[in-house]
Design a protein around this ligand. Structure first.
Ligand SMILES: *Cc1c(COP(=O)(O)O)cnc(C)c1O
Length: 543
Protein backbone atom coordinates (compact mmCIF):
# COMPACT_ATOMS: atom_id res chain seq x y z
CA UNK A 1 0.00 0.00 0.00
CA UNK A 2 1.43 3.37 -0.93
CA UNK A 3 1.63 6.02 1.72
CA UNK A 4 -1.05 7.98 -0.14
CA UNK A 5 -3.63 5.29 0.59
CA UNK A 6 -2.70 5.26 4.22
CA UNK A 7 -2.80 9.06 4.36
CA UNK A 8 -6.35 8.90 3.05
CA UNK A 9 -7.35 6.69 5.99
CA UNK A 10 -5.54 9.03 8.35
CA UNK A 11 -7.47 12.02 7.05
CA UNK A 12 -10.76 10.23 7.54
CA UNK A 13 -9.87 9.63 11.16
CA UNK A 14 -9.95 13.37 11.92
CA UNK A 15 -12.99 15.65 12.12
CA UNK A 16 -12.90 17.59 8.86
CA UNK A 17 -11.39 21.07 8.88
CA UNK A 18 -13.90 22.38 6.33
CA UNK A 19 -17.63 21.80 6.61
CA UNK A 20 -18.48 18.30 5.46
CA UNK A 21 -21.88 17.20 6.78
CA UNK A 22 -21.44 13.67 5.47
CA UNK A 23 -18.23 13.21 7.37
CA UNK A 24 -19.84 14.85 10.42
CA UNK A 25 -22.47 12.12 10.33
CA UNK A 26 -19.68 9.59 10.34
CA UNK A 27 -18.12 11.33 13.33
CA UNK A 28 -21.40 11.46 15.26
CA UNK A 29 -22.12 7.92 14.28
CA UNK A 30 -18.73 6.84 15.63
CA UNK A 31 -19.55 8.45 18.96
CA UNK A 32 -22.96 6.78 18.93
CA UNK A 33 -21.40 3.41 18.28
CA UNK A 34 -19.16 3.93 21.29
CA UNK A 35 -22.16 4.89 23.43
CA UNK A 36 -24.12 1.88 22.16
CA UNK A 37 -21.31 -0.42 23.12
CA UNK A 38 -21.08 1.13 26.58
CA UNK A 39 -24.85 0.82 26.89
CA UNK A 40 -24.60 -2.87 26.07
CA UNK A 41 -22.46 -3.29 29.19
CA UNK A 42 -25.26 -1.95 31.40
CA UNK A 43 -27.46 -4.29 33.40
CA UNK A 44 -29.57 -3.51 36.44
CA UNK A 45 -26.35 -3.49 38.48
CA UNK A 46 -24.20 -0.54 39.52
CA UNK A 47 -21.27 -1.84 37.44
CA UNK A 48 -20.52 -1.76 33.70
CA UNK A 49 -20.41 -5.42 32.67
CA UNK A 50 -18.63 -7.23 35.45
CA UNK A 51 -15.40 -6.71 37.34
CA UNK A 52 -12.51 -8.21 35.37
CA UNK A 53 -9.21 -8.71 37.16
CA UNK A 54 -6.45 -6.57 35.67
CA UNK A 55 -3.06 -8.12 34.83
CA UNK A 56 -0.66 -5.23 35.29
CA UNK A 57 2.36 -7.46 34.70
CA UNK A 58 1.05 -8.40 31.26
CA UNK A 59 0.01 -4.81 30.55
CA UNK A 60 3.60 -3.64 30.86
CA UNK A 61 4.56 -5.89 27.95
CA UNK A 62 2.12 -4.31 25.51
CA UNK A 63 3.65 -3.23 22.20
CA UNK A 64 2.77 -0.61 19.62
CA UNK A 65 0.80 -2.16 16.75
CA UNK A 66 2.79 -2.10 13.50
CA UNK A 67 -0.04 -0.89 11.29
CA UNK A 68 -3.05 1.39 11.27
CA UNK A 69 -6.34 0.25 12.62
CA UNK A 70 -9.79 1.77 12.04
CA UNK A 71 -11.86 4.13 14.18
CA UNK A 72 -14.45 1.34 14.49
CA UNK A 73 -11.93 -1.16 15.79
CA UNK A 74 -10.29 1.28 18.17
CA UNK A 75 -13.70 2.29 19.52
CA UNK A 76 -14.50 -1.31 20.35
CA UNK A 77 -11.05 -1.72 21.93
CA UNK A 78 -11.38 1.39 24.08
CA UNK A 79 -14.88 0.55 25.30
CA UNK A 80 -13.45 -2.66 26.73
CA UNK A 81 -11.51 -0.60 29.26
CA UNK A 82 -14.75 0.51 30.90
CA UNK A 83 -15.64 -3.01 31.96
CA UNK A 84 -16.03 -3.27 35.69
CA UNK A 85 -16.29 0.48 36.26
CA UNK A 86 -18.66 1.54 38.99
CA UNK A 87 -21.61 3.47 37.55
CA UNK A 88 -21.46 6.49 39.83
CA UNK A 89 -24.91 7.70 38.83
CA UNK A 90 -26.52 4.37 39.73
CA UNK A 91 -29.03 4.53 42.59
CA UNK A 92 -27.21 1.66 44.32
CA UNK A 93 -23.81 3.40 44.22
CA UNK A 94 -22.81 5.20 47.41
CA UNK A 95 -19.10 4.71 47.13
CA UNK A 96 -17.17 7.95 47.36
CA UNK A 97 -17.06 11.59 46.42
CA UNK A 98 -17.29 10.83 42.70
CA UNK A 99 -20.29 12.37 40.94
CA UNK A 100 -22.03 11.29 37.78
CA UNK A 101 -21.33 14.02 35.17
CA UNK A 102 -24.27 15.77 33.44
CA UNK A 103 -24.79 15.81 29.67
CA UNK A 104 -24.06 19.56 29.57
CA UNK A 105 -20.72 19.16 31.28
CA UNK A 106 -19.84 16.27 28.95
CA UNK A 107 -20.69 18.42 25.95
CA UNK A 108 -18.44 21.10 27.43
CA UNK A 109 -15.56 18.62 27.59
CA UNK A 110 -16.26 17.36 24.09
CA UNK A 111 -16.40 20.82 22.54
CA UNK A 112 -13.24 21.89 24.25
CA UNK A 113 -11.40 18.72 23.26
CA UNK A 114 -12.67 19.05 19.71
CA UNK A 115 -10.98 22.40 19.13
CA UNK A 116 -8.27 22.24 21.76
CA UNK A 117 -8.22 25.72 23.26
CA UNK A 118 -5.22 26.45 25.49
CA UNK A 119 -6.12 28.75 28.37
CA UNK A 120 -2.56 29.97 28.75
CA UNK A 121 -3.28 32.79 26.32
CA UNK A 122 -6.39 34.19 24.64
CA UNK A 123 -4.60 34.00 21.29
CA UNK A 124 -4.98 30.21 21.64
CA UNK A 125 -8.32 30.04 23.39
CA UNK A 126 -10.37 33.08 22.35
CA UNK A 127 -13.83 32.97 23.90
CA UNK A 128 -13.07 29.80 25.84
CA UNK A 129 -10.76 32.04 27.87
CA UNK A 130 -13.83 34.21 28.40
CA UNK A 131 -15.77 31.15 29.57
CA UNK A 132 -13.16 30.63 32.25
CA UNK A 133 -13.51 34.24 33.36
CA UNK A 134 -17.30 33.89 33.46
CA UNK A 135 -17.08 30.72 35.56
CA UNK A 136 -14.67 32.56 37.86
CA UNK A 137 -17.06 35.53 38.10
CA UNK A 138 -20.10 33.38 38.86
CA UNK A 139 -18.20 31.47 41.52
CA UNK A 140 -16.80 34.62 43.10
CA UNK A 141 -20.31 35.97 43.41
CA UNK A 142 -21.61 32.66 44.73
CA UNK A 143 -19.10 32.52 47.59
CA UNK A 144 -19.43 36.24 48.35
CA UNK A 145 -16.17 37.66 46.97
CA UNK A 146 -16.08 41.14 45.44
CA UNK A 147 -15.98 40.32 41.72
CA UNK A 148 -14.11 43.54 40.94
CA UNK A 149 -11.18 42.33 43.00
CA UNK A 150 -11.31 38.54 42.89
CA UNK A 151 -9.62 36.35 40.30
CA UNK A 152 -9.00 32.67 39.74
CA UNK A 153 -7.84 29.92 37.41
CA UNK A 154 -8.84 26.34 36.74
CA UNK A 155 -6.06 23.96 37.63
CA UNK A 156 -5.11 20.30 37.94
CA UNK A 157 -7.41 19.09 40.70
CA UNK A 158 -8.13 19.96 44.29
CA UNK A 159 -4.50 19.29 45.08
CA UNK A 160 -3.57 21.99 42.56
CA UNK A 161 -5.91 24.48 44.25
CA UNK A 162 -4.19 23.91 47.60
CA UNK A 163 -0.80 24.21 45.92
CA UNK A 164 -1.73 27.63 44.53
CA UNK A 165 -3.10 28.80 47.88
CA UNK A 166 -0.05 27.75 49.87
CA UNK A 167 2.41 29.00 47.22
CA UNK A 168 0.96 32.50 47.25
CA UNK A 169 0.86 32.44 51.04
CA UNK A 170 4.53 31.48 51.04
CA UNK A 171 5.34 34.42 48.76
CA UNK A 172 3.59 36.74 51.23
CA UNK A 173 5.28 35.32 54.31
CA UNK A 174 8.69 34.89 52.67
CA UNK A 175 8.89 37.33 49.77
CA UNK A 176 11.31 36.35 47.02
CA UNK A 177 10.86 32.62 47.68
CA UNK A 178 10.15 32.27 43.98
CA UNK A 179 13.58 33.66 43.18
CA UNK A 180 15.74 32.70 46.11
CA UNK A 181 14.18 29.47 47.28
CA UNK A 182 12.36 28.65 50.45
CA UNK A 183 13.48 29.89 53.82
CA UNK A 184 13.36 27.11 56.34
CA UNK A 185 11.30 28.71 59.03
CA UNK A 186 7.95 28.83 57.23
CA UNK A 187 5.11 26.67 58.56
CA UNK A 188 1.68 25.61 57.30
CA UNK A 189 -1.25 24.60 59.52
CA UNK A 190 -4.00 22.14 58.65
CA UNK A 191 -6.29 19.98 60.77
CA UNK A 192 -5.62 16.27 61.19
CA UNK A 193 -8.84 15.63 59.26
CA UNK A 194 -7.63 17.81 56.38
CA UNK A 195 -6.68 16.22 53.08
CA UNK A 196 -3.27 14.58 52.70
CA UNK A 197 -2.60 16.79 49.69
CA UNK A 198 -1.30 19.34 52.22
CA UNK A 199 1.67 17.00 52.74
CA UNK A 200 2.31 16.83 49.01
CA UNK A 201 2.07 20.57 48.70
CA UNK A 202 4.57 21.48 51.42
CA UNK A 203 6.86 18.69 50.26
CA UNK A 204 6.74 19.61 46.58
CA UNK A 205 7.04 23.33 47.32
CA UNK A 206 10.29 22.55 49.08
CA UNK A 207 9.07 23.68 52.50
CA UNK A 208 9.37 20.16 53.86
CA UNK A 209 6.66 18.04 55.40
CA UNK A 210 8.21 18.58 58.84
CA UNK A 211 6.97 22.13 58.55
CA UNK A 212 3.35 21.06 58.17
CA UNK A 213 1.69 21.30 61.56
CA UNK A 214 -1.43 19.16 61.90
CA UNK A 215 -3.89 20.34 64.51
CA UNK A 216 -6.16 17.83 66.29
CA UNK A 217 -9.86 17.96 65.54
CA UNK A 218 -12.85 18.08 67.85
CA UNK A 219 -15.59 15.46 67.95
CA UNK A 220 -17.25 17.39 65.12
CA UNK A 221 -14.19 16.76 62.93
CA UNK A 222 -13.24 20.43 62.85
CA UNK A 223 -9.94 22.01 63.80
CA UNK A 224 -9.61 22.47 67.55
CA UNK A 225 -9.15 26.25 67.69
CA UNK A 226 -7.62 26.27 71.17
CA UNK A 227 -4.93 23.83 70.02
CA UNK A 228 -4.43 25.81 66.83
CA UNK A 229 -3.96 29.01 68.79
CA UNK A 230 -1.44 27.34 71.05
CA UNK A 231 0.60 25.90 68.15
CA UNK A 232 0.51 29.08 66.09
CA UNK A 233 1.54 31.25 69.03
CA UNK A 234 4.47 28.98 69.73
CA UNK A 235 5.52 29.21 66.09
CA UNK A 236 5.24 33.01 66.04
CA UNK A 237 7.03 33.40 69.37
CA UNK A 238 9.86 31.33 67.92
CA UNK A 239 10.09 33.77 65.03
CA UNK A 240 8.71 31.39 62.45
CA UNK A 241 6.62 32.64 59.57
CA UNK A 242 3.16 31.30 58.74
CA UNK A 243 2.98 30.56 55.01
CA UNK A 244 -0.60 29.39 55.15
CA UNK A 245 -3.42 28.22 57.34
CA UNK A 246 -5.54 25.66 55.51
CA UNK A 247 -9.16 25.64 56.68
CA UNK A 248 -10.84 22.45 55.53
CA UNK A 249 -14.40 23.22 54.53
CA UNK A 250 -15.81 19.73 54.12
CA UNK A 251 -13.40 16.95 55.12
CA UNK A 252 -13.20 14.01 52.75
CA UNK A 253 -14.45 11.30 55.11
CA UNK A 254 -16.82 13.03 57.49
CA UNK A 255 -17.70 16.46 55.98
CA UNK A 256 -16.25 18.30 58.96
CA UNK A 257 -16.22 22.08 58.52
CA UNK A 258 -13.54 24.22 60.16
CA UNK A 259 -14.50 27.43 61.93
CA UNK A 260 -13.11 29.71 59.23
CA UNK A 261 -14.43 32.81 60.93
CA UNK A 262 -12.67 31.89 64.16
CA UNK A 263 -9.43 31.14 62.30
CA UNK A 264 -9.49 34.49 60.50
CA UNK A 265 -10.23 36.33 63.74
CA UNK A 266 -7.21 34.75 65.41
CA UNK A 267 -5.02 35.48 62.40
CA UNK A 268 -6.01 39.15 62.38
CA UNK A 269 -5.28 39.53 66.07
CA UNK A 270 -1.78 38.05 65.65
CA UNK A 271 -0.90 40.47 62.87
CA UNK A 272 -1.26 43.30 65.41
CA UNK A 273 0.02 41.51 68.46
CA UNK A 274 3.19 40.17 66.83
CA UNK A 275 3.55 43.21 64.54
CA UNK A 276 3.84 40.96 61.51
CA UNK A 277 4.99 42.57 58.26
CA UNK A 278 2.69 40.22 56.33
CA UNK A 279 -0.79 38.81 56.86
CA UNK A 280 -0.69 34.99 57.12
CA UNK A 281 -2.63 33.57 54.20
CA UNK A 282 -5.82 31.65 54.94
CA UNK A 283 -6.69 29.10 52.27
CA UNK A 284 -10.10 27.41 52.39
CA UNK A 285 -9.95 23.86 51.07
CA UNK A 286 -13.61 23.88 50.09
CA UNK A 287 -13.26 21.44 47.20
CA UNK A 288 -16.21 19.54 48.64
CA UNK A 289 -18.06 22.14 50.72
CA UNK A 290 -18.21 25.04 48.22
CA UNK A 291 -21.43 23.77 46.64
CA UNK A 292 -23.39 24.50 49.82
CA UNK A 293 -22.89 28.21 49.01
CA UNK A 294 -26.01 27.98 46.87
CA UNK A 295 -27.95 27.99 50.14
CA UNK A 296 -26.32 31.18 51.48
CA UNK A 297 -29.42 33.20 50.67
CA UNK A 298 -31.97 30.39 51.03
CA UNK A 299 -34.69 31.24 53.52
CA UNK A 300 -34.72 28.11 55.67
CA UNK A 301 -37.73 29.44 57.58
CA UNK A 302 -40.09 29.55 54.63
CA UNK A 303 -38.25 26.63 52.92
CA UNK A 304 -39.62 27.46 49.49
CA UNK A 305 -38.53 24.16 47.93
CA UNK A 306 -40.28 22.08 50.60
CA UNK A 307 -37.39 19.98 51.93
CA UNK A 308 -38.13 17.81 54.96
CA UNK A 309 -37.44 19.44 58.35
CA UNK A 310 -34.45 17.18 58.99
CA UNK A 311 -32.97 18.16 55.61
CA UNK A 312 -33.49 21.85 56.31
CA UNK A 313 -31.64 21.45 59.56
CA UNK A 314 -28.76 19.65 57.83
CA UNK A 315 -28.50 22.29 55.10
CA UNK A 316 -28.62 25.12 57.62
CA UNK A 317 -26.02 23.33 59.74
CA UNK A 318 -23.56 23.27 56.83
CA UNK A 319 -24.36 26.83 55.76
CA UNK A 320 -23.56 28.15 59.16
CA UNK A 321 -19.90 27.57 58.27
CA UNK A 322 -19.90 27.80 54.47
CA UNK A 323 -21.47 31.24 54.64
CA UNK A 324 -18.12 32.65 55.78
CA UNK A 325 -16.10 31.38 52.80
CA UNK A 326 -15.49 34.92 51.58
CA UNK A 327 -13.29 35.56 54.64
CA UNK A 328 -10.64 33.25 53.16
CA UNK A 329 -7.82 34.74 51.07
CA UNK A 330 -8.18 31.90 48.60
CA UNK A 331 -10.61 29.03 48.04
CA UNK A 332 -10.28 25.68 46.27
CA UNK A 333 -13.38 24.24 44.56
CA UNK A 334 -13.85 20.95 42.72
CA UNK A 335 -16.65 20.89 40.18
CA UNK A 336 -15.68 17.26 39.67
CA UNK A 337 -16.79 16.48 43.21
CA UNK A 338 -19.94 18.26 44.29
CA UNK A 339 -20.52 20.03 40.95
CA UNK A 340 -21.40 17.00 38.77
CA UNK A 341 -18.64 17.63 36.20
CA UNK A 342 -16.20 15.06 34.80
CA UNK A 343 -12.53 15.11 35.80
CA UNK A 344 -10.63 17.46 35.93
CA UNK A 345 -12.56 20.60 36.80
CA UNK A 346 -11.03 22.47 39.74
CA UNK A 347 -10.93 26.19 40.40
CA UNK A 348 -8.74 28.17 42.75
CA UNK A 349 -10.13 31.61 43.56
CA UNK A 350 -8.28 34.51 45.20
CA UNK A 351 -10.05 37.35 46.95
CA UNK A 352 -7.40 39.79 45.68
CA UNK A 353 -6.29 39.43 42.08
CA UNK A 354 -2.75 40.62 42.88
CA UNK A 355 -2.30 37.62 45.17
CA UNK A 356 -2.71 35.29 42.21
CA UNK A 357 0.17 37.11 40.50
CA UNK A 358 2.70 36.76 43.30
CA UNK A 359 4.49 34.01 41.39
CA UNK A 360 4.39 35.66 37.95
CA UNK A 361 7.43 35.36 35.72
CA UNK A 362 9.21 38.18 33.90
CA UNK A 363 8.28 38.32 30.18
CA UNK A 364 11.82 37.66 28.95
CA UNK A 365 11.59 34.11 30.32
CA UNK A 366 8.82 33.24 27.86
CA UNK A 367 10.10 34.35 24.44
CA UNK A 368 7.79 32.23 22.31
CA UNK A 369 4.48 33.27 23.89
CA UNK A 370 2.44 36.24 25.06
CA UNK A 371 3.72 39.04 22.78
CA UNK A 372 0.23 40.47 22.45
CA UNK A 373 -3.38 39.81 23.40
CA UNK A 374 -4.99 41.12 26.56
CA UNK A 375 -5.55 37.97 28.59
CA UNK A 376 -2.48 35.96 29.50
CA UNK A 377 -2.97 33.76 32.57
CA UNK A 378 -0.02 31.70 31.35
CA UNK A 379 2.31 34.44 32.59
CA UNK A 380 1.47 33.62 36.21
CA UNK A 381 0.07 30.05 36.30
CA UNK A 382 2.16 27.05 37.27
CA UNK A 383 0.96 25.20 34.19
CA UNK A 384 1.84 26.18 30.65
CA UNK A 385 -0.92 24.38 28.78
CA UNK A 386 -4.30 24.47 30.52
CA UNK A 387 -7.27 22.75 28.87
CA UNK A 388 -10.62 24.41 28.32
CA UNK A 389 -12.42 21.26 29.48
CA UNK A 390 -12.67 22.21 33.17
CA UNK A 391 -14.17 25.69 32.67
CA UNK A 392 -16.61 24.57 29.95
CA UNK A 393 -17.79 21.66 32.10
CA UNK A 394 -18.27 23.94 35.11
CA UNK A 395 -19.96 26.64 33.07
CA UNK A 396 -22.15 24.03 31.39
CA UNK A 397 -23.43 22.93 34.79
CA UNK A 398 -23.85 26.45 36.16
CA UNK A 399 -26.00 27.31 33.16
CA UNK A 400 -27.87 24.01 33.21
CA UNK A 401 -28.79 24.02 36.90
CA UNK A 402 -28.83 27.68 37.82
CA UNK A 403 -28.86 28.35 41.55
CA UNK A 404 -32.22 26.68 42.06
CA UNK A 405 -31.24 23.49 40.26
CA UNK A 406 -28.10 23.25 42.38
CA UNK A 407 -30.17 23.77 45.52
CA UNK A 408 -32.51 20.98 44.47
CA UNK A 409 -29.90 18.38 43.53
CA UNK A 410 -27.77 19.07 46.60
CA UNK A 411 -30.80 19.33 48.90
CA UNK A 412 -32.10 16.06 47.54
CA UNK A 413 -28.93 14.06 48.12
CA UNK A 414 -28.60 15.56 51.60
CA UNK A 415 -32.19 14.44 52.17
CA UNK A 416 -31.28 10.91 51.10
CA UNK A 417 -28.23 10.92 53.41
CA UNK A 418 -30.44 12.04 56.27
CA UNK A 419 -32.87 9.27 55.46
CA UNK A 420 -30.06 6.75 55.60
CA UNK A 421 -29.09 8.06 59.02
CA UNK A 422 -32.68 7.79 60.19
CA UNK A 423 -32.75 4.15 59.12
CA UNK A 424 -29.35 3.37 60.65
CA UNK A 425 -30.27 5.04 63.91
CA UNK A 426 -33.55 3.14 63.94
CA UNK A 427 -31.62 -0.13 64.21
CA UNK A 428 -30.22 -1.54 67.40
CA UNK A 429 -27.16 -2.97 65.67
CA UNK A 430 -25.86 0.14 63.87
CA UNK A 431 -24.79 3.63 64.83
CA UNK A 432 -23.93 6.80 62.88
CA UNK A 433 -20.51 8.30 63.66
CA UNK A 434 -20.58 11.73 62.01
CA UNK A 435 -24.05 12.71 63.17
CA UNK A 436 -23.02 16.36 63.61
CA UNK A 437 -21.58 16.70 60.10
CA UNK A 438 -24.26 17.62 57.65
CA UNK A 439 -23.02 16.56 54.23
CA UNK A 440 -23.96 13.70 51.94
CA UNK A 441 -21.45 11.31 53.48
CA UNK A 442 -22.43 9.05 56.35
CA UNK A 443 -19.91 7.16 58.46
CA UNK A 444 -21.35 4.35 60.50
CA UNK A 445 -20.49 1.16 62.35
CA UNK A 446 -22.30 -2.08 62.99
CA UNK A 447 -21.99 -4.03 66.24
CA UNK A 448 -22.66 -7.62 67.22
CA UNK A 449 -25.81 -8.54 69.14
CA UNK A 450 -25.78 -7.55 72.75
CA UNK A 451 -23.68 -4.39 72.35
CA UNK A 452 -25.29 -1.24 73.68
CA UNK A 453 -24.96 0.91 70.55
CA UNK A 454 -26.04 4.00 72.46
CA UNK A 455 -23.08 3.85 74.81
CA UNK A 456 -20.41 2.08 72.79
CA UNK A 457 -19.46 5.01 70.58
CA UNK A 458 -18.38 7.16 73.53
CA UNK A 459 -16.75 4.28 75.36
CA UNK A 460 -14.66 3.26 72.37
CA UNK A 461 -13.75 6.83 71.70
CA UNK A 462 -12.89 8.14 75.17
CA UNK A 463 -11.88 5.21 77.29
CA UNK A 464 -8.52 3.44 76.82
CA UNK A 465 -9.98 0.48 78.73
CA UNK A 466 -11.98 -0.15 75.55
CA UNK A 467 -8.93 -0.40 73.31
CA UNK A 468 -9.31 -4.11 72.65
CA UNK A 469 -13.05 -3.72 72.14
CA UNK A 470 -12.47 -0.94 69.64
CA UNK A 471 -9.89 -2.90 67.68
CA UNK A 472 -12.04 -5.99 67.65
CA UNK A 473 -15.02 -3.95 66.49
CA UNK A 474 -12.79 -2.47 63.78
CA UNK A 475 -12.22 -6.03 62.57
CA UNK A 476 -15.91 -6.80 62.90
CA UNK A 477 -16.74 -3.86 60.63
CA UNK A 478 -14.06 -4.86 58.13
CA UNK A 479 -15.80 -8.21 57.92
CA UNK A 480 -19.14 -6.46 57.44
CA UNK A 481 -17.63 -4.40 54.66
CA UNK A 482 -16.08 -7.42 52.95
CA UNK A 483 -19.45 -9.13 52.91
CA UNK A 484 -21.35 -6.08 51.65
CA UNK A 485 -18.69 -5.45 49.02
CA UNK A 486 -18.58 -8.99 47.68
CA UNK A 487 -22.37 -9.03 47.57
CA UNK A 488 -22.33 -5.77 45.62
CA UNK A 489 -19.77 -7.12 43.16
CA UNK A 490 -22.06 -10.11 42.64
CA UNK A 491 -24.90 -7.73 41.90
CA UNK A 492 -26.69 -7.85 45.24
CA UNK A 493 -27.18 -4.88 47.52
CA UNK A 494 -25.32 -1.61 47.02
CA UNK A 495 -21.77 -0.35 46.53
CA UNK A 496 -20.55 1.46 49.63
CA UNK A 497 -16.99 2.00 50.85
CA UNK A 498 -15.07 2.18 54.08
CA UNK A 499 -12.30 4.16 55.72
CA UNK A 500 -9.49 2.71 57.80
CA UNK A 501 -9.34 5.77 60.02
CA UNK A 502 -12.04 8.39 59.89
CA UNK A 503 -10.43 9.75 63.06
CA UNK A 504 -8.38 8.62 66.03
CA UNK A 505 -9.69 7.95 69.52
CA UNK A 506 -8.50 10.06 72.46
CA UNK A 507 -5.94 7.32 73.07
CA UNK A 508 -4.77 7.46 69.42
CA UNK A 509 -6.21 4.30 67.90
CA UNK A 510 -7.84 4.50 64.44
CA UNK A 511 -11.61 4.20 64.18
CA UNK A 512 -12.61 2.13 61.16
CA UNK A 513 -15.93 3.14 59.58
CA UNK A 514 -18.33 2.02 56.90
CA UNK A 515 -18.96 4.87 54.51
CA UNK A 516 -21.91 5.82 52.32
CA UNK A 517 -21.31 8.72 49.94
CA UNK A 518 -24.47 9.67 48.10
CA UNK A 519 -24.03 11.78 44.95
CA UNK A 520 -26.52 10.25 42.55
CA UNK A 521 -29.78 12.09 41.93
CA UNK A 522 -31.30 8.68 41.08
CA UNK A 523 -31.17 7.40 44.68
CA UNK A 524 -34.55 6.78 46.29
CA UNK A 525 -35.71 5.61 49.70
CA UNK A 526 -35.76 2.00 48.49
CA UNK A 527 -32.05 2.16 47.67
CA UNK A 528 -31.36 3.48 51.15
CA UNK A 529 -33.25 0.57 52.67
CA UNK A 530 -31.20 -1.86 50.58
CA UNK A 531 -27.98 -0.59 52.17
CA UNK A 532 -29.32 -0.99 55.69
CA UNK A 533 -30.81 -4.42 54.93
CA UNK A 534 -27.49 -5.60 53.47
CA UNK A 535 -25.55 -4.45 56.53
CA UNK A 536 -28.02 -6.23 58.81
CA UNK A 537 -27.75 -9.34 56.66
CA UNK A 538 -23.95 -9.15 57.01
CA UNK A 539 -24.38 -9.06 60.79
CA UNK A 540 -26.34 -12.33 60.61
CA UNK A 541 -23.80 -13.96 58.29
CA UNK A 542 -20.68 -13.17 60.23
CA UNK A 543 -22.17 -13.65 63.70
C1 LIG B 1 -10.49 15.29 47.14
C2 LIG B 1 -9.93 16.29 48.03
C3 LIG B 1 -8.75 16.96 47.72
C4 LIG B 1 -7.92 16.60 46.51
O1 LIG B 1 -8.66 16.94 45.37
P1 LIG B 1 -8.36 16.24 43.96
O2 LIG B 1 -9.33 16.92 43.05
O3 LIG B 1 -8.65 14.79 44.15
O4 LIG B 1 -6.94 16.52 43.63
C5 LIG B 1 -8.32 17.99 48.56
N1 LIG B 1 -9.02 18.30 49.66
C6 LIG B 1 -10.16 17.65 50.02
C7 LIG B 1 -10.88 18.06 51.27
C8 LIG B 1 -10.65 16.62 49.21
O5 LIG B 1 -11.75 15.96 49.57
Amino acid sequence: MSYRDILQKIRLAFPQPVSDPIHDSYFVHSIMRALDQVDALKTQLPILGSVVSADFEQARKTTLPPRMSSVEQVTADLVEYLRGMTIFGHPRTQQNVVPPPTISSLIGVLLSSLHNPNLAWDEYSRLVALAEVEAVGMTAQLVGYDRERADGVFTFGGTGTTLYGVKMGLEKACPQSMRKGVSEDAVVFVSDAGHYCAHNVVGWLGMGTDNLVTIPTTDENEMDLARFEQEARTALENGRRIAAIIATMGTTDAFGLDDLQGIVRLRDAWVDEFKLDYRPHVHADAVIGWAWSVFNDYDFGSNRLGFRPRTVRALAGACRRIRHLSLADSIGLDFHKTGFAPYVSSLVLFREREDLRLAARPAEQMPYLYHFGEHRPGTFTLETTRAGTGPLAALGNYRLFGKEGLQVILGYIVEMAQLLREHLEGQEGTTVLNRDNFGTVTLFRAYPDGVDTFAIKRQEFDDPAYREVLLSNNDYNRAIFDYVHSEAMAGRGAVISSTECYRRTRYQEPVYALKSYILSPFVDEGDIEVVVAKVLEAREKIA
